[in-house]
Structure formats: structure tokens, C-alpha cells
Design a protein around this ligand. Structure first.
Ligand SMILES: *Cc1c(COP(=O)(O)O)cnc(C)c1O
Length: 221
């Protein structure tokens, strides 16, 4: 598995405005450093206990993105350094991130994860939950977070039309709430969608951030 070569091939297929989160969960620090050496500076992890030592040992200009289901009691571990939490799926979690970020005098970027897939085990807000919270201005008081966009995972299926429909629906929703509720929020620009097996479809449907693991690092050992 040639990480540098894999990264080069993927970057060739990404338009300029689409950024790449290299999903490095379960992979060793030395493998991350290969990617770092090739210019990759955004890494995604889905366990706080795994992200912390990687943050401590690796170069400080890495942007650490949390992409997994986050338990409220783990936020304090990553609050001192995490750049973006891409997988926020409840108001309670947002409030807790806000509190922990405040303790460190920081602002943490968050993406609201939307449930767009058919699988019930995937996490996320429903579209109507987000509209309700926006109408209630529930996010306004959270001074230590910056809502920078939305994240979604499509259904794991070979049916390309279904994947496309889910991504395109998320893009439409993103555009709608940006216009109606978030016109004054200049940070709300990120639409994180697309993984190893569906990122090309996601890019066609308006993704600004793809999250790719297997296609860069291979199957985890
Ligand atoms: C693991 C993971 C990815 C990367 O998946 P691959 O199929 O390995 O590219 C992307 N997003 C989330 C939320 C993940 O948990």
C-alpha cells in the first residue's frame, strides 16, 4: 500500500475547492507521517482516546477533525486542540462542546451531522430537527462554537442513484438553510460528504470536504 501514491491519485480527481480529510483511524503514527510528508495536513479520527496521543506526538500544524459518534464525557479530552468536530448530532452535545471549548478559551468548529441514509444505525439530526433549532435560535448563545457546515453519510449500497439522491438532498438543504437562517454566518460553508466508495458522486453533488480512509491507507491491520 503506497500512501503517497494513493493520495496523489485521489487529489487528481478532486476539484480545487474540495478539501480532503484523511481518515486515519486505527492507523499508526508512522503511516500518518507518510501522508503528512506528502502534504496532507487534515486528519480524521473517530475515537478521542486514539486522537489524543496522535495529536501529542505529531506535528502541531495538523488540523484534527473528529468524525465519529462522540460521547459527551470524551469532549474534554479533545477540546484543547480539536479543529473541527464533524459529527455533532444533538443539541446537548453542542452545548457540552461549547462549555468545554470555553474552558480553554477556544472556538471549536462543528458540522451538524444529518441522517440521510436508510440505515437506522447511522447517527444524525433529521432535517426537521435542524430547522426547528434554527427557528428557535438555539445555537445563538453558543459563543465557543462556530457552525461551519453540515456532514452526511450516504447509505452503503451499490445503487448509485440512491447515493446521489441522498447527497443531492443534503446539498439542497444546505443551500436552503444557509439562505434562510444563516445568511449572516460567513463561516457556514462546509458540506462534508463522500467516503472511499462514494466520494466521486459526492463531489458531483456539491461536496466541499471528502473523508477518505481505506482508499488512502488500505484496509486496517
Ligand atoms: C471511517 C469513516 C470514513 C472513511 O471511510 P472509508 O470508507 O474508509 O473511506 C468517513 N467518514 C466517517 C464518519 C467514518 O467513520
Amino acid at each position: 500500500m503506497n500512501v503517497v501514491e494513493n493520495l496523489r491519485k485521489i487529489k487528481e480527481t478532486l476539484p480545487e475547492n474540495v478539501r480532503l480529510t484523511a481518515v486515519s483511524k486505527f492507523h499508526s503514527e508512522s503511516v500518518l507521517m507518510e501522508a503528512y510528508g506528502a502534504g496532507q495536513h487534515i486528519f480524521g479520527e473517530n475515537h478521542a482516546q486514539e486522537m489524543v496521543p496522535k495529536y501529542e506526538h505529531l506535528p502541531k500544524d495538523i488540523e484534527w477533525h473528529f468524525i465519529g459518534h462522540l460521547q459527551a464525557n470524551k469532549i474534554k479530552l479533545i477540546a484543547p486542540f480539536v479543529h473541527t468536530i464533524q459529527s455533532v448530532d444533538s443539541l446537548r452535545l453542542l452545548e457540552e462542546i461549547n462549555r468545554c471549548a470555553g474552558k480553554h478559551n477556544r472556538k471549536i468548529n462543528v458540522l451538524l451531522q444529518i441522517h440521510i441514509a436508510q440505515e437506522a444505525h447511522k447517527f444524525g439530526f433529521l432535517y426537521e430537527d435542524i430547522e426547528k433549532l434554527l427557528n428557535e435560535r438555539a445555537f445563538d448563545a453558543l459563543e465557543h462554537i462556530r457552525i461551519t457546515g453540515l456532514m452526511g453519510m450516504a447509505t452503503f449500497t451499490g445503487d448509485e442513484r440512491q447515493i446521489r439522491r441522498e447527497f443531492s438532498g443534503l446539498h439542497t438543504f444546505f443551500t436552503k438553510i444557509k439562505k434562510i437562517y444563516l445568511a449572516g454566518n460567513h463561516f457556514f460553508n462546509e458540506l462534508s460528504m463522500g467516503m472511499s466508495n462514494d466520494y466521486l458522486i459526492a463531489v458531483e453533488e456539491g461536496s466541499t470536504m471528502v473523508r477518505i480512509g481505506g482508499k488512502i491507507f488500505g484496509r486496517r491491520i
